[in-house]
Design a protein around this ligand. Structure first.
Ligand code: GTP
Ligand code: MG
Length: 204
């Protein structure tokens, strides 16, 4: 696949700022620090396309990436960080809720949860929010490399049970585990043929 033309199109807050293209869109949701930006960088084979933050809450806008002119990947701002004001939390809620409920392009949401922990109350709220907007989110369990192999099966089971999720993909941005599975999901959503022929469609 040709991933030469990957770029950040826009960092948006309001719908008026969303990109005007009609490409299918895949959004990433998850608490702050769960590894959304790291997953984007790993999937696209870029070191620093999406900013990875040591301090949580850095991504406070909705970031739209154009992937080969075939689909948009959307990094939603993270939730669950303690040290922000009530007003900021409310602003976050409006921003994400507006995106999920109004964005016509939205084709699927991937929800990232930390594989080391039981999904939090916030994770459950987010999962239900996404569901109520018409999608059963695909869950990606991040930081797989931080668990021992013997702990992994139980961790996935706990996540599946807690969220009542159909699909849980263990993932490591550090090692690359789960990359193929996530690409498989993306192909399923945007159409494999389109992706494989993206070079051709781009040069038209
Ligand atoms: P916000 O932008 O604040 O919402 O955070 P984020 O979800 O984008 O998380 P980010 O990708 O910035 O990662 C947060 C921290 O977790 C960074 O220090 C990453 O290096 C680390 N991290 C992310 N994914 C993995 C992983 O799979 N394995 C390991 N070991 N560390 C990871
Ligand atoms: Mg981020």
């Amino acid at each position: 696949m040709n991933l030469n033309t990957v770029r950040l199109m826009v960092s948006a807050v309001t719908p008026a700022q969303y990109p005007a293209n009609r490409l299918p869109e895949i959004a990433l949701a998850g608490r702050s620090n769960v590894g959304k930006s790291s997953l984007i960088n790993r999937l696209l084979g870029r070191k620093a396309l999406a900013r990875v933050s040591a301090s949580p809450g850095k991504t406070a806008t909705i970031n739209f990436y154009d992937i080969d002119g075939v689909f948009n990947l959307v990094d939603l701002p993270g939730y669950g960080f303690a040290r922000v004001s009530k007003a900021e939390k409310a602003r976050w809620g409006v921003m994400v809720h507006t995106y999920l409920s109004e964005r016509q392009n939205l084709a699927q949401t991937l929800q990232l949860v930390d594989m080391r922990h039981k999904p939090s109350a916030d994770d459950i709220v987010m999962f239900d929010w996404i569901k109520s907007n018409g999608f059963a989110p695909i869950v990606i369990a991040t930081k797989k490399d931080k668990l021992k192999p013997s702990q992994r099966e139980a961790a996935v089971h706990l996540i599946r049970e807690t969220l009542d999720a159909e699909e849980v993909i263990p993932f490591s941005s550090e090692k690359g585990d789960g990359c193929d599975e996530v690409w498989e999901v993306i192909r399923r959503i945007v159409g494999g043929e389109t992706l494989e022929n993206s070079e051709i469609s781009l040069s038209k």
